[in-house]
Design a protein around this ligand. Sequence first.
Ligand code: FAD
Length: 404
Amino acid sequence: MAHHQILIVGGGAAGITVAAQLKRARVGLDVAILEPSADHYYQPGWTLVGGGVFSLQDTHRAERDLIPSGVHWIQDGAAAFEPDHNRVITTSGTAISYEALIVATGLKLCWDRIAGLTEALGQGGVCSNYSKDHTAYTWEAIQNFKGGNAVFTCAPMPIKCPGAPQKIAYLADDVFKKKKLQANVIYATATPGIFGVPVYAAPLREVVKRKGIDARYNHVLTAVRADKKEAVFKVTEGESSREEVIPYNLLHVTPPMAAPDVVAESPLANGAGFVEVDQFSLQHVRFANVFSLGDVSGMPNSKTAAAVRGQAPVLVANLLALLDGQPLEAAYDGYSCCPLITGYGKTIMAEFNYKQEPVPSFPLDPTKERWSMWFVKRKILPALYWNRMLTGAQHERRFVPGVR
Ligand SMILES: Cc1cc2nc3c(=O)[nH]c(=O)nc-3n(C[C@H](O)[C@H](O)[C@H](O)COP(=O)(O)OP(=O)(O)OC[C@H]3O[C@@H](n4cnc5c(N)ncnc54)[C@H](O)[C@@H]3O)c2cc1C
């Protein structure tokens, strides 16, 4: 049986970052990443692919070029977790044992939970920035739009980057206004409000009002009738619910999301299927040598790559403490950041923690739309991701002992 001191399952934003930080902290560690994909995408860039600013290629790198020096890459997937035996069984049938395990598989996109969506996607104006296969088509659909209803949906939480479904609505609205099209931009969201963090929801409500966007809350997309160009929603009103059919000329869909089955069906899962870790230490509540970070982890933070920046140094400190027989003292404060693009050249840099307090990285009022934050989103954050975060070079100031 293969054995590694530290086995990381998933080589996405979280897996690569934590591997790089572990090797920087202790070069002699035997670290392996189990990741089937040869391709790595900077998913936060997909909003700007859909908005015609980046190409899909701009967001792509070969996985092999990102694996930190000295880390073993096992190009295979996890098919089963056996934490009682400290081992993972891979898709090809190999067993890998470990001293410590880090689960970082990200989320699965549940397109098939919406009737007719899989067949409709990628044609007839039905697009989604949530898939590498369809985000370029979003820009095509926006450019081809001639007027009528442009409908943007948002699925029930948790989803990755809860701001992304509305960002593309604001960009599309800018394009339509510039072309002087007769457009009804409808933002139909499963959530009861525009954004979960009150201090940022207030300016977003103003943005929606200023742009004349028709925001409809508690709207869950259930079906797409591509032949009639209709989107079907279940609308909850108090105790009751009703069906609402909205005709569309353009439909941007945010699919429901869940933990991958291999995690959800494992002994590591909580009731919702996510990895059941302590929200501060990131250590599993039942298996002491198991940790998790990124989208698949069960903490109640907003699921973003930015959150990984806050989580990775905490996880590394606590994992090393565990290996050394020391107490686990580092704590994650729930940091997340959603650069809320409100149009071309405008962004609200929404940074917040578990307590929903603003925790801005810049000495500026974070609730304001700014060109400077658009510049940060467009130029700085991608460079930070590739050159500092994934290389483990970023020193994260949110390493907060005693935050509990
Ligand atoms: C449209 C869009 C816009 C976004 N905007 C932003 C933004 O503006 N700011 C921001 O911070 N974040 C944003 N995000 C969210 C961000 O991309 C994610 O939060 C981040 O990628 C999470 O990292 P992760 O490593 O947990 O998951 P991922 O990066 O998705 O990586 C998971 C990895 O696990 C692998 N994997 C899956 N199953 C298995 C298995 N069984 N065995 C082994 N490996 C497996 C996958 O192949 C993948 O490589 C956005 C995402 C999208 C889609």
